[in-house]
Write a protein that binds this ligand. Structure first.
Ligand code: GAL
Length: 416
């Protein structure tokens, strides 16, 4: 009996000790929308973090939904509710600066940049997108390109067409494709991918100078040049699939891969999906070109991670930022993601044919900023922009849509 009492006591003590040890274990919660088949690049980076810091338990908190449509809403609730994740994905530019930085929710990383020598390791233009109020507020892990048109060379050959270089040519090519039985030559997905298509049409119709002027508040949405964007957008939409609203961006890419559509306009995470997940060979199985009328322009966006104030695991989070800003970290992440490294000294031999060509364009092209992926306008504008697109889709009235867009632009301070 005595023995039994002792052993129970020992077991209880052991259990309490284990529980205390688990509680004391350092954690790191990383928050992003890179879930499911968007996950391999992040998972590879986390695997490296685990190897470097085996005592830290990493929680890979993801909220599914391309371009962060759902994640951003969850993040907002958590940040405002005083429960910030230790580090979270946020686009460089207005999405970061116009929200969490102005709200004083982020820690200034300028001294981290100094100690890591990052001010010269990242392009100056990118660092300025992460800077405001005398601070630097996040660490970029990549550069993505928004204005890419994807296709399968074998299918285009079969249909006897070549990738169109302008939007006018695009419309003609689609007519040819339809006459050959391709019902929806341009593959499209759910709502945010429609906005994504819009930004490529707008960049093509306006050109990079007017595009920049629009977001600097110097060109009005009601200007005939901008009204013309909606006219072209309407024409382009006529060639898209009827089931678009029910498709994720990956499913829209699948339509291309299966040969149901001839083209898809999507950021180069589609290259990551096709090469990493679907195991297709860039340049052989799939091809790419700048979205029509945007040749020579690289519409960029950058995923970055910051350090919210008031987090539970600051040291673990700082080590996470150090890894993702390192050359090693960037060269683990980007070859799988389809993006190019943000650092200027990455080892490009580790990258496939698509990324090599994107890296070349990144150096040679004019740079424009993405709207949908947080660069040029604050989140408030982006949230309303979905309504503007719906308004256009319901009435197909370019002028009325332009006025509605200008009304929102007047409410939100545009310019960066
Ligand atoms: C973008 C993000 C990319 C990719 C894409 C699709 O906003 O920057 O890294 O995740 O959404 O979800």
């Amino acid at each position: 009996m005595k023995f039994k009492k002792w052993s129970v006591a020992v077991l209880v003590c052991a259990a309490l000790f284990c529980a205390a040890a688990v509680q004391a274990q350092e954690k790191l919660e990383i928050f992003s929308w890179w879930a499911g088949d968007e996950g391999p690049a992040l998972e590879a980076l986390i695997a490296r973090y685990n190897a470097l810091y085996p005592k830290v338990q990493v929680i890979n908190a993801t909220v599914t939904g391309g371009s962060g449509v759902n994640a951003r809403a969850v993040l907002k609730t958590r940040m405002l509710g005083g429960d910030p994740p230790d580090s979270f994905q946020v686009h460089a530019g207005q999405e970061l600066l116009g929200s969490w930085v102005v709200a004083n929710r982020m820690e200034n990383l300028a001294s981290l940049y100094q100690s890591m020598g990052w001010t010269t390791r990242f392009p100056a233009g990118l660092v300025s997108l992460l800077s405001a109020r005398g601070g630097i507020w996040s660490v970029p892990v990549n550069i993505h390109r928004s204005n890419v048109m994807w296709y399968l060379p074998s299918k285009l050959k079969e249909w006897g067409v070549t990738p169109p270089k302008t939007w006018a040519e695009f419309l003609k090519t689609c007519d040819v494709l339809m006459s050959k039985g391709v019902e929806a030559p341009l593959s499209l997905g759910e709502a945010w991918t429609v906005q994504h298509l819009w930004e490529s049409v707008a960049l093509g119709v306006l050109g990079p100078d007017n595009w920049a002027a629009l977001w600097a508040g110097k060109l009005k949405f009601t200007d005939p040049k901008v009204v013309a964007v909606w006219d072209m957008f309407g024409k382009v939409l006529a060639y898209t699939n009827a089931d678009a609203s029910g498709l994720s961006w990956q499913q829209a890419t699948d339509r291309l891969v299966s040969g149901d559509s001839a083209f898809n306009i999507m950021g180069d995470w589609a290259a990551g999906y096709m090469s990493t997940t679907l195991r297709l060979v860039p340049g052989e199985d799939f091809g790419w070109a700048a979205a029509p009328s945007t040749g020579g322009v690289f519409m960029m966006l950058s995923d970055s991670f910051g350090l919210p104030l008031g987090i539970k695991n600051r040291t673990a989070a700082l080590n996470w930022l150090k890894l993702l800003g390192s050359k090693e970290g960037q060269d683990i992440f980007n070859p799988l993601k389809g993006s190019i490294p943000a650092r200027v000294d990455a080892d490009m031999t580790k990258y496939n044919a698509y990324s090599q060509s994107a890296a070349k364009d990144w150096k040679a092209n004019r740079i424009a900023g993405s709207l949908v992926h947080g660069f040029v306008a604050p989140e408030r504008f982006m949230n309303e922009f979905g309504t503007i697109i719906d308004f256009y889709l319901s009435g197909r009235n370019s002028k009325a849509t332009a006025s509605a867009a200008q009304a929102i632009a007047d409410q939100v301070r545009l310019g960066y």
